[in-house]
Design a protein around this ligand. Structure first.
Ligand SMILES: Cc1ncc(COP(=O)(O)O)c(C=O)c1O
Length: 388
């Protein structure tokens, strides 16, 4: 038995070596502070857990979910976008319930692209976008996200060929890995580009719920005309610490939503109805836990960034997400600096080049450990005397 060419073409998991190295350090009994991961460290708020428990007790949740997801969850999604972003969404035509947004990101090329067509992806970017490229057997090209442009794409640097050929473009703000945020004018410029060149847009809003200093990240759908050209994907994994539950949604352009729903009808029908009920509680219930979560990450950010600056590391404070994107010191690459931190400081970070060639020269730190551990991580790095 051999695996299909489609599976053979899946990109290798860049971070698997890092994970192995961290695991073997831990197996040696070393106290590694692991800031390389992107998995939220806090539990799901209790009222959401209780909603699932109650839903599981109800036999009405034990059968197949309706095709396209439950009406109640789709309404809750529309209400959530109205409340949070003042965006009007038709729950019947403009919402697809996703089995986590990673699934949606991989499904989208399968749903709306033909083999050989072109997808434009950000570099650096979330590595899993490439899984959809392989499975749908499409082409992809990247556009750079540079510090000098605040890690926003410069559409002027896309070639005429790219603009002509691209069928779809992925964007992601607040951004993984750079933590950069977008502005409404940038999204308006995106809509104009999409309309002029007939490019569909998918905005990945995974970290949309986590903005610091009282600033709420902007939704792509807040831009005039956004629904005419694209969709946004939102996950409950980060805002509500529900990464294991696998629930998110895509909203926006009715044609794209219909295509995703059609594909999902054939793949798995839809998410467990009890999880859909708990998702309604998350989106519609008390949002105090979200405010607390933002405050927790903001506190960690302040501690970590202050400590980095104290030791002479010239770093930018993230305005959103739970990542910090840090330049490596002179004389190191992303990989060699990551290795040094693990070997000499027992601190694990994610090397920037794992997110694309324009990630070279950076490492990504997840603010996913207690403040004291973050402080301790910087103290260990300080001992390496890399910064003056
Ligand atoms: C940028 C980005 N998009 C999407 C996802 C996928 O999230 P999920 O599949 O849990 O909804 C992640 C997860 O880390 C992410 O960082």
């Amino acid at each position: 038995m051999t695996i299909s060419n489609r599976l053979k073409s899946l990109p290798p998991h860049f971070f698997s070596t890092l994970v192995k190295n961290v695991e073997s350090a831990l197996a040696e009994g070393r106290d590694v502070i692991n800031l390389g991961r992107g998995n939220p460290d806090q539990p799901t708020p209790p009222h959401i857990v209780e909603a699932l428990q109650a839903a599981v007790e109800d036999p009405a949740t034990h059968g197949y979910a309706p095709f396209g997801g439950t009406v109640e969850l789709k309404r809750a999604v529309a209400d959530f976008y109205k409340r949070e972003y003042a965006v009007d969404i038709d729950p019947d035509m403009e919402v697809a319930i996703l089995y986590g947004t990673k699934t949606g990101l991989v499904e989208l090329p399968l749903a709306i692209m033909n083999e050989g067509e072109l997808l434009l992806l950000p570099d650096p970017g979330y590595p899993d976008y490439l899984s959809g490229v392989s499975l749908a057997n499409i082409r992809h090209e990247t556009f750079p996200l540079l510090a000098e442009n605040d890690f926003l794409p410069d559409y002027g640097s896309l070639s005429a060929e790219q603009k002509k050929q691209a069928k779809l473009m992925y964007l992601n703000y607040p951004n993984n890995p750079t933590s950069a945020t977008a502005t409404l004018p940038f999204f308006e410029e995106t809509v104009a580009l999409a309309k002029e060149h007939d490019i569909a847009i998918m905005h990945d809003f995974a970290y949309g719920g986590i903005g610091f200093d009282g600033k709420k990240p902007v939704s792509f759908l807040q831009a005039e005309g956004a629904k005419e050209v694209g969709i946004e994907m939102y996950t409950l994994s980060k805002t509500y610490n529900m990464a294991g539950w696998r629930v998110g949604f895509a909203i926006g352009n009715a044609g794209i939503i219909e295509a995703i729903n059609l594909l999902q009808d054939h793949l798995f029908i839809n998410q467990f109805p009890a999880v859909q009920r708990a998702a309604i509680t998350a989106l519609s219930g008390d949002q105090e836990n979200v405010r607390e979560l933002i405050a927790l990450y903001e506190g960690r950010r302040n501690v970590f960034i202050d400590e980095c600056r104290r030791i002479g590391w010239d770093v930018q404070a993230p305005a959103a997400s739970f990542f910090a994107w840090l330049p490596v010191p002179a004389g190191y690459t992303s990989a060699s600096f990551t290795q040094l931190l693990l070997d000499e400081a027992d601190v694990a970070v994610a090397p920037g080049n794992g997110f694309g060639k324009y990630g070279e020269g950076y490492v990504r730190v997840g603010l996913l450990d207690e403040e004291e551990r973050l402080r301790e991580a910087v103290r260990r790095i300080e001992k390496l005397k890399l910064f003056s």
